[in-house]
Design a protein around this ligand. Structure first.
Ligand code: NAP
Length: 280
């Protein structure tokens, strides 16, 4: 069965709207600062989608757009200013950056408490130690989808295909924290289907169109397809959805799946940070 991610997102949006209204009634206006220093067209589209959702949810958003002459120092100075601005709750550095910029240094300079993307090593560390921190957006969205299915995670076999720092590794730890037995597969894994066939939960974040076929899954599996691939002008996932859907228990669609939850998770993180202002 295809998971209705649109409904999940729309319900969570309503909850978030209430939280934002409550904060605003208490004089707190959640504010997101976005830094865009890239030629990447997809990044520009993501930033405009984020802007639209901010408008919809009544979140203040400010964008800093740089051309290719920008220096590392200029970006670090801006981040320092935003780190010290009490009216800014979250700082988002849209990746990839221009190739002459040092991405790691820039990401690590964001105040860990304003790291709305959850990419700072300290937030990633908190995820591993299972402490309260800011959870990176795509993994957070995936967990929200799985929780909507009322899954009892304890003892389930979770298989994550892909070991990136933004998706594969954090989602593997979140599933581990929930009591799953987790296997992480990657490009060097021998006989991928040996693992995927045994999965109760299968998360695929690879970037290879239709990598996962019907004969690689069991019929009780919940499949989360994170992949976003452009093939012949169409967006497709990492799973051969048409054939796999017939077999498995649940599967997320592409498009209209995990991608929808990612931006919402970002704004949920922002509101989580802004809520802390009311405790100060
Ligand atoms: P990434 O950094 O390129 O990582 C891809 C991972 O897949 C790597 O760990 C790689 O293994 C593994 N891999 C590659 N080919 C494989 C194969 N044939 N078999 C098994 N594993 C293989 O990618 P990412 O940033 O995690 O993104 C993955 C996909 O998710 C992309 O399509 C991206 O566009 C999409 N995405 C979607 C969202 C969303 O909101 N829906 C968010 C982020 C990413 P090695 O480590 O061995 O190289």
């Amino acid at each position: 069965m295809i998971i209705d991610v649109k409904s999940i997102v729309s319900n969570r949006k309503e909850i978030l709207k209430d939280k934002i209204n409550n904060l605003r009634n208490n004089g707190i206006k959640p504010k997101l600062a976005v830094i865009l220093a890239s030629f990447d067209e997809a990044s520009k589209i993501y930033v405009s989608k984020k802007k639209n959702m901010c408008e919809e949810l009544n979140i203040d958003e400010v964008e800093y757009v740089f051309n290719e002459t920008v220096t590392q120092e200029e970006i670090l100075q801006l981040i320092d200013k935003l780190n010290n601005d009490n009216n800014v709750d979250g700082i988002l550095v849209q990746l990839p950056l221009y190739s002459h910029l040092n991405e790691k240094e820039i990401l690590n300079s964001v105040d860990v408490n304003k790291d709305v993307d959850g990419f700072h090593p300290l937030n990633l560390g908190k995820l591993i130690t299972n402490e309260n921190g800011i959870i990176s957006c795509t993994p957070k969205g995936i967990m929200n989808i799985l929780k909507e299915l009322n899954i009892n995670f304890t003892g389930l076999n979770a298989v994550v295909v892909g070991r990136s720092v933004i998706v594969g590794k954090p989602i593997a730890h979140l599933l581990l924290n929930e009591g799953c037995t987790v296997t992480i597969c990657h490009s060097k894994t021998k006989d991928l289907s040996l693992y995927t066939k045994n999965a109760d939960i299968l998360v695929v974040a690879v970037g290879v169109p239709h990598l996962i076929k019907e004969d690689m899954v069991n019929d009780n599996c919940v499949v989360i397809d994170v992949g976003i691939n452009r093939v012949d002008g169409k967006i497709v996932g990492d799973v051969d959805t048409i054939n796999v859907e017939k077999k498995v228990k649940h599967i997320t669609p592409v498009p209209g799946g995990v991608g929808l939850t990612t931006i919402l998770s970002l704004l949920e993180n922002l509101v989580q940070i802004a809520s802390l202002r009311s405790n100060k």
